[in-house]
Structures are given as structure tokens and as C-alpha cells.
Ligand binder design. Structure first.
Ligand SMILES: [Mn+2]
Length: 324
């Protein structure tokens, strides 16, 4: 089902109110009684940040950068605007002073977006703590699978820290909470991009013992063919099941994603990230998020641009699973 998207060759991309990718606003699409297959919304929250704050300005920066995201992927042969009905729902309300309150608030907002059975949600962060809210809603909409949703987690960090500064819902804890709550299936979780330095040598133990397949950045650098094989094996275990995808922009190297709160050197280049995402094309997605863009750390805006283009590539992964 197509999206009514203005042509950049008729209406300039530098004009108009900036919705994500110039998509129609959700209210307008609903007023016309059109179904929505993918709904994008922002979560301007960074109360879960442990180092540089500022990701609360991420949704605005990503929307602005996304004015130059065009709808067609020649690599995958997909015209996203022809494939999906998409809309931008604006921003979720946030509880700026409370991580735990914020998760519930965002969850309530996201639960009311689009049609319960049809609409998948793409959240633009905000720090990584907001992923838990979107994951809960994706799990509910997928029919509450008892084993939890399979997950692709692209991040420099594994985000399985139990408690930081007395807080259980910060940006380093979304994955341990999601596993505890049963909304994520750790045995069908693939983590790409993790690297050191770590606080302790035991930091990855919880994830590995829970069954997460952790593919560290060193393997990507030293033996990329084996990463391709691991992804093939992961896809075989997925079968036709829907999978959630979360992208922390700090998976990428600070040279191409400096605008993030907890940067770690030695990450993916932009081209490598897109290669990894293309290797996932055709996986059915239950929902997704792109988080941790901190615009004030990046005056040139290359991080927000990368996040916007990556969000497009993520939608293309699902589009490849829904041929016209
Ligand atoms: Mn993260």
C-alpha cells in the first residue's frame, strides 16, 4: 500500500514542516481512513544517559536530516513509498526526570498509534532506554509470543547492566529488562558491534549465559565471512517469525557518528553498517528503533544524517520481506 510522498523534483526538500522523510502526519492519514503499515515517532528523552546528555534533541535532528532521504533503494530494488503506507506520529510525551516513569508513558503513547494488528512502529530516540517501551508494544502487537521477540541489536555496548546509580531503566539496561520481562528471546538475539573497553571482564557474561549470540566488532574486522555465516544461521533460526531491530548509532565509529553520548572508537563505518543491514534484508520486522543521536556533539550533523539514512535502510529490510 503506497504512501503519498511529495516528489523532491516538484516540492523542494528544503521547504515545508519537517516530518520524517516528508511522510504524511498520522492524524492526516487517519482522517482519510487510510491504514498505516509503518508509523514513525520520536522520543525526546535522555534521562537514561550515563555520559554526555543531549539525545533528547535527537528526534528533531533526525527529522531535519531525513528531508534528504529519498524513497528508493537501488541496491535492493525497492521503492519504499510504493511498498508501504507510512506516517509520522510526531513525538511521544516524556517524563524528563524519571526513567521508569518514562518507559510507561512512551509505551502508552505507542500503544495507541495506528491499527493494532497492522501497524509496526519505528521509534527515533532519545537514549537507548526508550527501546524497552517500543519493544513492549511490538511484543504485544505480535501476539505476545511466549518466548519473546527475536532481536537484532546493533550497538557498541551490550546494554545488560542491571543497575546504574540506583536506576534499573537507564540506557545501559534496556536489554536485561526486556529479557527479564520476556519481551525478548535471548536465544534468538543477535548482537552486532560490541567492543571494549568494558568496566569489568564479566560485563558480557549475563548476555552470553542468557544465550545471546554476541558478534563483537573484532570478529567483523578480522573474519567478516564468519559474520555472514552467523547471520545466515540466525536467519535460519528465525524462519518466518517477526524480529525486532534496535540500532544504537554508537555502533558506528565516532569518525562517522561523533554525535552520540557514549562514543567508542573502532566501530562500523557508514558503508559497513549499511552492508550489515543489507545482509538482514528480507527479515520480517515487528518494530524497530534508532537511538542515541546527540546533535550537540556534532555541529555538522553527520550523525543525524547517518541515523536518518539507517532508518530508511531498516524499513527496506522489512520491505524486502513484503514483495509487491
Ligand atoms: Mn545502547
Amino acid at each position: 500500500m503506497p504512501t503519498d510522498l511529495p516528489s523532491g523534483r516538484e516540492r523542494p526538500r528544503f521547504s515545508g514542516l519537517p516530518t520524517f522523510m516528508r511522510l504524511p502526519e498520522l492524524d492526516r492519514v487517519r482522517a482519510e481512513h487510510q491504514p498505516v503499515e509503518w508509523c514513525i515517532y520520536g522520543v525526546p528523552f535522555d534521562g537514561g544517559t550515563t555520559y554526555h546528555p543531549g539525545a533528547r534533541f535527537g528526534p528533531r535532528a533526525v527529522r531535519d536530516a531525513s528531508q534528504y532521504v529519498k524513497p528508493c533503494s537501488p541496491e535492493l530494488g525497492i521503492d519504499l513509498a510504493q511498498r508501504f503506507s507510512m506516517a509520522d506520529a510526531g513525538d511521544s510525551p516524556v517524563a524528563a526526570y524519571s526513567c521508569s516513569d518514562n518507559v510507561g508513558l512512551v509505551q502508552d503513547f505507542a500503544s495507541g498509534l495506528g491499527d493494532q494488528d497492522l501497524t509496526r512502529l519505528l521509534a527515533i530516540g532519545g537514549d537507548h532506554s526508550i527501546a524497552l517501551a517500543n519493544l513492549r508494544v511490538a511484543w504485544q502487537r505480535a501476539g505476545r509470543p511466549s518466548s519473546g521477540l527475536p532481536l537484532i541489536h546493533i550497538d557498541a555496548h551490550l546494554d545488560t547492566v542491571d543497575v546504574i546509580w540506583g536506576e534499573r531503566y537507564g540506557h545501559g539496561s534496556f536489554l536485561i529488562r526486556a529479557i527479564e520481562e520476556g519481551v525478548v528471546d535471548p536465544k534468538r538475539t543477535l548482537s552486532l558491534g560490541v567492543r571494549g573497553p568494558l568496566n569489568t571482564l564479566k560485563d558480557l557474561d549475563f548476555g552470553r549465559e542468557a544465550g545471546i549470540t554476541v558478534v563483537g566488532m573484532s570478529r567483523w574486522v578480522e573474519d567478516r565471512a564468519s559474520v555472514a555465516a552467523i547471520i545466515q544461521e540466525f536467519r535460519a533460526r528465525l524462519g518466518d517469525d517477526e524480529c525486532y531491530l534496535t540500532l544504537d548509532i554508537d555502533a558506528c565509529d565516532p569518525s562517522c557518528a561523533p554525535g552520540t553520548g557514549t562514543p567508542v572508537s573502532g566501530g562500523f563505518s557508514a558503508a559497513e553498517l549499511f552492508l550489515a543491514l543489507r545482509w538482514l534484508a528480507g527479515i520480517r520486522l515487528a518494530g524497530a528503533d534508532v537511538v542515541e543521536v546527540c546533535p550537540s556533539r556534532d555541529p555538522q550533523g553527520i550523525t543525524a544524517l547517518l541515523a536518518a539514512q539507517a532508518a530508511f535502510q531498516i524499513l527496506c529490510i522489512d520491505a524486502a520481506a513484503h514483495p509487491e
